[in-house]
Design a protein around this ligand. Structure first.
Ligand code: GSH
Length: 119
């Protein structure tokens, strides 16, 4: 089962590389504004998790320099569990202007959030 999952993960990564989505273009000023806003976001994820790949593809399409944190690494896993409450990926850590932090689980919710905010 583990081997099958590993192989499927590699296939997903390969397809993701071959069919990389095109990023939307913005003016430099607009992109800078977006980059600054996205700096407050971190995606806790696994490389080959299909739900994470889906979120990363949307981020790529929206031209968002979304920082990722590999939740297989002890440091990020601990942060995810302590902050979000569950060891589940993808999870988007959203830091607000006033320093408050929201942990958003579920790929659909994350994608909707990114679309609403940045599309
Ligand atoms: N419905 C969730 C499914 C997420 C999910 O099942 N993630 C798996 C990885 S692909 C996970 O975090 N499993 C917990 C674990 O591996 O510890 C979504 O769309 O985000």
């Amino acid at each position: 089962m583990k081997v099958i999952r590993w192989i499927l993960g590699r296939v997903i990564l390969l397809l993701n590389t071959v069919f990389t989505p095109k990023s939307i273009k913005r003016s430099d000023a607009e992109q800078k504004e977006i980059d600054d806003a996205v700096a407050q976001l971190h995606l806790y994820q696994f490389d080959a998790c299909p739900f994470c790949v889906k979120v990363r593809r949307h981020a790529k399409r929206l031209n968002l320099p979304l920082a990722t944190r590999d939740a297989k690494q002890a440091q990020w896993e601990e942060e995810l569990v302590n902050g979000g409450g569950r060891r589940k990926v993808p999870c988007l850590r959203i830091e607000g202007e006033n320093g408050n932090v929201e942990w958003m689980y579920e790929s659909k919710d994350i994608i909707n959030y990114l679309e609403r905010r940045f599309a």
